[in-house]
Design a protein around this ligand. Structure first.
Ligand SMILES: [Zn+2]
Length: 277
């Protein structure tokens, strides 16, 4: 599943490729990709230009020149690509925005979980309630230590599960949760409220740094992620915990193990990341 670094990579690609382009035609091979009335969606985007591409958590916001914004969530495998306008739809192409410059923006999704919804610009939060509920972005400015202390103190959930909760902190998924817990030497099942102030300081720094580093590497390619240019992310070569079950811990040499925490596969080092009891 694309996490924040992957979605930010897609955002940057779309910003370079489609801002200023006008939507002259919409084909909808898979109308279910649209939440709400798909015909209204088509009417609402036709003849508008892509004006600005922004992101909140794992949501993309494609702002149009006509007071509408498309809110897009890629979920598991959603992908955008920009193609010459005479390109035939792929097997899993769900929507094609024909552009005025002989190109087309394709949205492809092998798992068909991704969704788009047309909102009124400025009212995205009201019209997409899950957007309004998102926690702060994992950045130095927005994810403050005092906020971390407040939210962690309130929860007895395992820290791994807690980190995946988008209403607490936006943008962290399974990959980066495993990474930051390994870096912080925190056992994934530790109840959030049991983390010490020092552990929270370390965890916060690791979250901010890791998300930034992964974004700088254009994200991680696991399964089919690629950016709008069809390039794959490079961060999988930098991963220290995720996907390393059975391999040696890069810090202490112990064998990394995998368990389920809240139904999610979780890889960690049983020596460096000791469970608090
Ligand atoms: Zn270790």
């Amino acid at each position: 599943m694309p996490e924040l670094p992957e979605v930010e990579t897609v955002r940057r690609g779309l910003e370079k490729l489609i801002v200023g382009s006008k939507i002259t035609d919409v084909q909808l091979p898979y109308p279910k990709v649209i939440t709400g009335d798909s015909q209204q969606f088509v009417t609402g985007v036709l003849n508008a230009e892509f004006e600005k591409i922004s992101r909140r958590g794992k949501y993309l916001l494609l702002q149009l020149s006509n007071q509408h914004t498309i809110v897009s969530h890629l979920r598991m495998e959603g992908q955008y690509s920009v193609e010459p306008s005479d390109t035939e739809p792929y097997k899993h192409t769900e929507i094609i925005f024909g552009l005025s410059d002989n190109r087309a923006l394709f949205y492809n999704d092998t798992r068909r979980f991704g969704r788009m919804i047309l909102t009124t610009t400025g009212f995205e939060m009201t019209e997409v309630p899950s957007l309004a509920k998102l926690g702060p972005e994992p950045t130095e400015e927005q994810l403050t230590l005092s906020y971390m202390k407040t939210i962690f103190a309130k929860s007895k959930r395992p820290v791994k599960t807690f980190l995946l909760d988008q209403t607490q902190i936006a943008g962290i998924g399974n990959i980066y949760a495993d990474e930051v817990l390994w870096q912080s030497k925190i056992h994934p099942k530790t109840p959030a409220s049991m983390l010490s102030d020092v552990e929270l300081i370390v965890l916060r720094e690791n979250i901010i740094t890791e998300i930034k580093r992964a974004t700088d590497h254009h994200g991680t390619t696991v399964h089919s992620f690629s950016n709008v240019f069809g390039e794959v992310g490079k961060f999988q070569n930098e991963l220290e915990a995720y996907g390393r079950v059975g391999e040696s811990c890069l810090r202490c040499g112990a064998t990394m193990i995998k368990i389920k925490v809240g139904q999610r596969g979780t890889t960690f080092c049983p020596v460096c990341q000791v469970e608090k009891k």
